[in-house]
Design a protein around this ligand. Sequence first.
Ligand code: C2E
Ligand code: MG
Ligand code: MG
Length: 648
Amino acid sequence: MFGYAAEEAIGRNVSLIIPDRFREAHCKGLERMRAGAPSHIVGGDPVELEAIDKEGREFPIELSLARWQRHDSRDGFAAIIRNIAARKALEAECASTRAFLNSVISNLPVALFVKDVASRRYVLANQKAEDLLGGKRPLTGLRDRDLHPGVGPVLEARDLETISTRRPTVNERDILQPNGERQHLKITRVLTEAPDGEGRLILGIAENLTDIRRTEAENYRLARFDSLTGLLNRKSLAEVLEGLTAGQDSYALLYIDLDRFKAVNDKYGHQAGDRVLEEVGARMREEMGENDCVARIGGDEFIAVLTGHDLRFRCDRLAAALIKAIAEPIDVGRISVTIGASIGSAIFPDDGLDSNRIRENADLALYRAKQEGRNRYCAFNLAMDTAAKEKVELEADFQAALKHDGVTLNYQPIVSAATQEIVSVEALARWVHPTRGRIAPDTFIPIAEEAGLIEELGRRVLERACADARGWDPGIAVSVNISPHQFESETIVPFVKQALERTGLPPHRLHLEVTERVVIKNVECVFKQLAELRALGVSILIDDFGVGHSSLCYFNDFPFDKVKIDKTFIFELDRSRAARAIIEAVTTLSRNLSIGVVAEGVETLEQQALLTKLGCTHLQGHLFSRAVPAEEIKRMQRLAPGSAALPA
Ligand code: C2E
Ligand code: MG
Ligand code: MG
């Protein structure tokens, strides 16, 4: 152990094996013992000391000392020495492992605890567990019922579950902390044997899910409800309908669209608009029963769903109530606005066998309600369906025709009343449907307008007409009809520019025909565009004058180049004095303003004579020519009445 052979050591002082720094104390102690002082070392428990070997290496030893009476009567000691280096190393390792584990447990980012099964007292808890389960109080030695007078027994009952099932259990629970805060904890428990084999323990971790659950609840609310009105949103409505359809429960669906809401929004701003929607949402909820639901599915569109008995009756009654409630004035800050609602309804399964069909049909009924005027309610019926289907089909067919150049142009000459020379030709769209034959523009133009196809049609017509006109006598202008929608979408100016540029047609050879419908909405914006067109050098005609909202003011507001008197006045000419008076008024005014007047729909020589006498400067009608393909215009220049070959 010490590296000395027996003969080297025998006879030498025992300080041989004592490190220098202890040597003095050792010698003194030995002196004291020799003098008879009592020593705890002698005969007592072994003591641990440091020793040094021959090579000068220190190591720990355990020393047991006993007095030894030798026969030559010299006192001595007998010592038993054990090298305890290995044991010490093991102990140090244990201590460091324990320290490491302790630090892991206490710094664990989860709350960890151990409870004794028999007493249910906490035997270990890290800092987090003390914070969470004890409200920052130490847990060791306490039971849940001591810590939480309210929920404590429940927590202990959960322990029991773990104990009896011997399976890990997970529970969530709200715990009221001593500071009054309510926290949502998730506690996971497992049963384990105590390491010393004595009894069993519950090992648990607790997580604070308060924030997570709160966010989840908020997300759920956001995902399901419209944040502005608090009504269901589009997605949850779809779920409701899906559930109802799957269960084959009958229900009534009401499609509700606000009237004049957009005007409020435009006039008073979005905040006012929001306020209106909030109020409408509240009023709707007020009218709805407990089991009914209502969702906001778009800007100012809502859907209400009724379930249960007497659906038709209740649906009609609810619609009436909603219309009445929504029509009441709404206070927005210091002003009060009045809007309205149009409602269409359909009932599952009577009016359709799936929720999509029901929505479509309620939408159709809504459309009908709107057509009948505002603040109306209309329930779906089968006749609507047939008409709508036809319209949808025609829409699709028209779209296809437009794409494949199936919409063509014919041109109808407009002649000078004085000379019968052709001054311009009007481009008129023609569509021959593959199965239905010729469809009148009065039918397909509104379809194109509604389907959002009018811009595309308008663009093509403009370009075709300008291109065709390039092939004619340069004295002939081409007149193109423009829909109000083209002004609303503000596409007309760029499209006209584009057509002129691409075809090279001089702008003065292009005339545009607009009806008064164009100025019903947003007058300023329309006049601005008209002025831009005029600045390009294009002429502007007012078409179908006399029907609708004709107002002589238009002549004052915008310098139109020509006015076209609607053909209904021409047809009535020989019968109606009023028609004649109106024509005369228009021609007189136009003469003073130097505006040309076109009479359209001239079919007879008598009409021609009278209209010329009344002051119409230009004439158009079957008497001169029907609308013919572009090629034929090339061959025409002057048209004696009835002289043109009339195409079928
Ligand atoms: P409109 O601009 O007033 O066109 C004149 C209509 O009167 C044409 O009907 C023409 O064929 C018809 N007409 C001309 N002379 C006579 C006549 O002597 N007797 C009778 N009974 N009718 C006559 P059409 O071609 O059916 O067009 C109807 C309406 O469709 C047009 O009225 C115009 O508003 C619109 N339209 C036609 N093509 C286009 C187009 O390319 N774009 C737009 N936006 N509208 C168009
Ligand atoms: Mg026209
Ligand atoms: Mg017309």
